[in-house]
Design a protein around this ligand. Structure first.
Ligand code: PMP
Length: 285
């Protein structure tokens, strides 16, 4: 992805895509001192852009890493990058990380915190799953406890087991992996939250050790507006058998129906389709 045309915002400046580089002694590369955001711009407007910038700053705080930009400055950087590339529909990736400093080691008090804003054109995250329903593997790794790692941060370190689990899933012909958490409850996919439908009511994991996704919160609001009962609670794996519909939510995934998790099957039902369509309309409104 490094050798192509385009413009990236880096540490306050727009630079040619090929020049947006870091040194190998970048702290983040060795110690995962990095937080990021994934956003989507639709028709020239980033959906919930401010919420994403706020979450980025919060993630930085959770890692004890002060990001030297305000929400307003981050917003400006995103739109400057989009405009420079001529994009009105794109995925936006903001990353803030500890760079290379005067010395190298776990302690990084003397390393600068850097930020880059890039983007690319990105269609449906799960390909044709939007109509057919995605097939998910069950990850062998568990989402960790909030006492082990700051699970509310969108931090690079939390994604190590996501890449491993997604690779294992792809090797079995699945689009993604579903994680259970350290207690055994159903948690989230490698880059998306999960919802289930049973007898017209919706069940979704409590966000007590998973990312409380911005799309997740948006979709819960849409459901409650429709007078659909939503239960945010701990979900046991054995319950998967009794759920009739399932979907994933995420900025990249949007609302994607799920047809299968491990040996459990779900139908792409009317509530799933209704929410997926309504979400698509909302982000473009
Ligand atoms: N969980 C994980 C692990 C994710 O990476 C994402 C994508 N950011 C989500 C959930 C969904 O979050 P959002 O709706 O804010 O994109």
């Amino acid at each position: 992805y490094d050798d192509r045309d385009g413009v990236i915002w880096m540490d306050g400046q727009l630079v040619p895509w090929r020049d947006a580089k870091v040194h190998v002694l970048t702290h983040a590369l060795h110690y995962a001192s990095s937080v990021f955001e994934g956003e989507r711009c639709y028709n020239g407007k980033i959906f919930k852009g401010v919420e994403h910038s706020e979450r980025l700053l919060r993630s930085g705080e959770l890692l004890d890493m002060a990001i030297p930009y305000t929400v307003e400055e981050i917003e400006k950087a995103k739109y400057a990058m989009l405009e420079a590339n001529g994009w009105s529909d794109a995925y936006v990736r903001v990353v803030a990380f500890r760079g290379a400093g005067e010395d190298m080691g776990v302690s990084s008090s003397r390393n600068p915190v850097r930020m880059a804003v890039s983007g690319w054109e990105w269609g449906a995250y799960y390909g044709d799953a939007k109509t057919k329903g995605a097939k998910l593997d069950i990850a062998k790794w568990k989402r960790p406890s909030p006492e082990t790692i700051p699970t509310a941060a969108k931090a690079a370190g939390l994604y190590m087991i996501c890449t491993m689990s997604k690779h294992a899933a792809e090797a079995k012909g699945c689009s993604d992996a579903m994680f259970f958490d350290y207690r055994g409850y159903v948690a989230e996919a490698t880059g998306a939250n999960v919802f289930f439908v049973k007898d017209g009511e919706v069940h979704t994991p409590d966000p007590d050790c998973i990312l409380n996704g911005i799309t997740r919160q948006t979709v819960i609001g849409m459901l409650r507006e429709r007078q659909v009962v939503v239960h945010e609670r701990h979900i046991q794996p054995e319950e998967l058998e009794g759920f009739q519909q399932c979907w994933l939510t995420g900025t990249a995934a949007e609302v994607t129906p799920v047809g299968q998790i491990g040996d459990y099957n779900f139908e792409v039902g009317s509530l799933t389709r209704d929410i997926a369509d309504a979400y698509e309309k909302m982000v473009r409104a």
